[in-house]
Each structure stands twice: as C-alpha cells, then as structure tokens.
Ligand binder design. Structure first.
Ligand code: ADP
Ligand code: MG
Length: 405
C-alpha cells in the first residue's frame, strides 16, 4: 500500500507536491478553478504541519518541436502565473510565492529561502523539454531540493513524465519518503471500487457516450466484462447501430470501428443497450429541421444529436435498478440546449437512486453534470478524464500512483 501524506512527519521539510493545476482558462482568466480547490486539502495539510511547500504542475501544451518563436508563444499562452494569482487569493498573498523558472539555480535559491508554512509555486513543468520524455537530468534537478515527494495530480497520473514518475523514482532510490495526497487517495478509493467490483455493488451499470468509439475501445471492452449492463448513447452509438444494420442518415460514425462494434454486440448480447429513438436535425450547425424519430433508424439527410424520450425512459428504468454506476460521455450535444435532455435524463435518474455508488469519469460528462446542477447527487466526480478511463482499463494501475507504492 502506498503511504498517504497524513502518515508523514513534515515539519521543516521541503515537500514537493505534484498538483494538477491544468485548469481551463481564456487569456488570463481561469474559467473553472475546481482543480485548484481540489488540491487545497493536501496543500493546507502540509502547511499546517510546518512544511516548506513546493508545488509544481503542467498547464496546457507546449510543443517543443516547433520553432523558437512557436515554443515561446506556447509558453506565453500557458503561464502558470494565472494559477499563482488564484492560489495567493485563496491561501493569502503573504504565504504564496511564484517562481517564473521551472528548474535550476534560481529555483534552488527560492526553495532555500522558503520558511515553514510558505508555498512556492513553480512555473509550468511543460516549459521543460524533458518533462514529457521523463528525462532523468530534469528529474534530478527537481529531486535535488526535495525531502519528500507527494503525488496529488490524479489527472496526470496516467502519464510517466519527469514530474510524475521520474522524481519519485529518484527520491525512493535515495531512501526519501514519497506519498499520495488526499485528492489521489479519494480518486483511488472511488475508482478502485468500480474496477474491483464487490457483490454488494451489483447490478453494476455503465453509461457510455461521447463522440468517438476509437477513443474508448479498451474501456468499452473492460466495462463489458465487469458490468451487468452497458448503456450506450452519444455519437458513438451510431457506429454500433451501423453494426446492427440500421440506418443512421448523416450521423457521424467510424467505419473502421464497425467490426469492433459487431464483435461487442456478438459477445455481450443483450448486456448492451442502444438507443431506441433519437432527436435528429438536418445539419450539425445552422440546422433548420429538428425531429424526434419513432424508432432507432434515422432518416436520410438527418443526423442524431441526442437520445430521444423513449431511450431516456429505457435508460432511466435500467439505472433505477443499479447499485453502482460508472458514467463516461454525454448522451448528446449537451452544450446546446436543444440537445441536452438525454444527458439531463441520466442525471435525473442518478439523482433518484438511494444508496447506490455513482461515479463520473470524463471531462465533458463532469462539465455537463456541473452545468445542470447535479454534481452533489454523484458519489464521486473524477478530476481526471483520461486518467480515470486508463485506471479502469489497466485494472486499477496508473504509473504515477504505482511508483508511490
Ligand atoms: P468525456 O469528455 O466525458 O469523455 P467525450 O469527450 O468523449 O466525453 O465526448 C463529449 C462530446 O461528445 C461533447 O462535446 C458532445 O457534444 C459530443 N457528442 C455527444 N453526442 C453527440 C452527437 N450525437 N453528435 C455529435 N456530438 C456528440
Ligand atoms: Mg472530452
């Protein structure tokens, strides 16, 4: 078992915490500070314990393959200073400092000047070319000043980068302590339950939607094995409907995934539940006609935008029997009011359950649930979309978490 930050003595130690501060933002304005809020329990614990706290995270993408100008533009666009400003607002301006550098002498000086109870936030880890390559020389720079490493970036735990895997490997080899933070602890507990299924959690139902089958092949295969029912909606349902020989009009589908869908339908049989009707339009954008189909076939010249009312009822009825639910991917184009009803109906069905364990993994699904005001009805809304899916696919394993064990 991995150690948790609460097991460690942190007074006067330099504690390096990998956070997930990869927040959505426009210009210099953070549009959702959820990930910063989610990091606070661990950061505050370290501060209260009298640690000198160093935080680091990636933010957005910096493509190091481009020209010097392109790299500089990426860096300017993804400057961690926006997170620093928010963090200073929350924790107090006198406590939080910013390092415009990610590593090297300047960082070492700033770390050396830190007092217990103070925080230093480093610049975006992806400013470093070696971050995504898990470059040992870069890991060494970060490991050199840390007494303790804490992994609290669940959203990055599926990536073996220098800041997630390289640093703790080095520190472990030197006999230093490494641990998980409270956010990762919570994620591992909740997602662990949907991975290693207990009898009391059955019937276990998965709801899968979103755009592409190809993004989620492995997770679909895994959930078909683990679950008692798998409800499929969203655009990905059309690939399954093509596999059944249905007409899908001009709906998006993936020709190269039809065989995969056929194989799923053949092996899983009636474990898979597909839409029985749809809300369809004559175009994705600037549509002029909107119709609800009476069956699962979609007429020529129309494309599916959401599951229809019969499907909503069918899915809600199934979900009412569930003891455990894992949900990834919206049922329709929920970003537009005309096509949000299907996704809303799943929220509604979950909100009526008593005592069921309900988990959401997926950036857009989590955004939809928050947008509709149903977040509190779920047992757990994961902060990591990709990480939560990979954890399910890999039987509970993620490189950034396994390295702490
Ligand atoms: P998540 O982030 O929860 O894993 P995805 O990224 O896979 O979900 O999919 C989310 C996207 O799928 C949303 O932007 C939504 O508009 C889109 N989508 C869902 N249903 C449809 C549909 N019928 N046609 C087009 N796009 C759809
Ligand atoms: Mg998404």
């Amino acid at each position: 078992m991995a150690k948790i930050i609460r097991d460690l003595k942190l007074a006067n130690k330099t504690v390096l915490i990998r956070c997930d501060f990869n927040v959505p933002f426009k210009g210099e304005v953070i549009s959702d500070d959820n990930r910063i809020q989610a990091a606070l329990p661990t950061v505050k614990f370290a501060l209260d314990a009298g640690a000198k706290v160093v935080l680091f995270s990636h933010l957005g993408k910096v493509k190091h393959k481009g020209t010097e100008e392109e790299v500089a533009a990426d860096k300017a666009k993804n400057n961690m200073i926006i997170v620093f400003r928010r963090l200073a607002e929350i924790l107090g301006k006198d406590k939080v400092f910013f390092s415009p550098e990610t590593s090297g002498d300047e960082v070492n000086k700033r770390v050396a000047a830190l007092k217990p109870g103070q925080v230093l936030l480093l610049q975006n880890t992806r400013y470093e070319k070696g971050e995504e390559k898990n470059d040992p020389a870069l890991s060494e720079k970060w490991a050199s000043f840390a007494d303790v490493f804490v992994m609290d970036a669940f959203g990055s735990a599926h990536r073996a980068h220098a800041s997630t895997v390289g640093v703790p490997e080095l520190l472990k080899a030197r006999g230093k302590e490494v641990a998980l933070g409270f956010l990762v602890e919570k994620e591992v507990e909740a997602l662990g339950r949907v991975v290693h299924v207990a009898k009391k959690d059955r019937p276990y139902i998965a709801v899968i939607g979103g755009f592409k089958v190809s993004d989620k092949i492995k997770v679909i295969e895994t959930l078909l094995q683990k679950c008692d029912k798998v409800l499929i909606g969203g655009a990905m349902a059309y690939t399954f409907q093509v596999a059944q020989g249905k007409n899908i009009g001009i709906s998006p589908f993936e020709p190269d995934q039809v065989d995969f869908a056929k194989k799923c339908l053949a092996t899983a049989g009636d474990k898979i539940l597909l839409p029985v009707d749809a809300v369809v339009t004559d175009a994705f954008q600037n549509w002029t006609k909107k119709v609800t189909t009476t069956g699962s076939d979609i007429p020529d010249g129309f494309e599916g935008m959401d599951i229809g009312p019969k499907t909503q009822k069918l899915f809600a009825k199934e979900l009412s029997k569930a003891k455990m639910i894992f949900w990834n991917g919206p049922m329709g184009v929920f970003e537009q009011k005309d096509f949000e009803a299907g996704t809303r109906a799943v929220c509604e069905a979950v909100s009526k359950l008593k005592g069921a364990f309900t988990v959401i993994g997926g950036g857009d699904s989590a955004a939809a649930v928050a947008q509709f005001g149903y977040k509190e009805y779920f047992s757990h809304v994961s902060t990591g979309g990709g990480a939560s899916l990979e954890m399910i696919e890999n039987d509970g394993h993620l490189p950034g978490i396994d390295v702490i064990k």
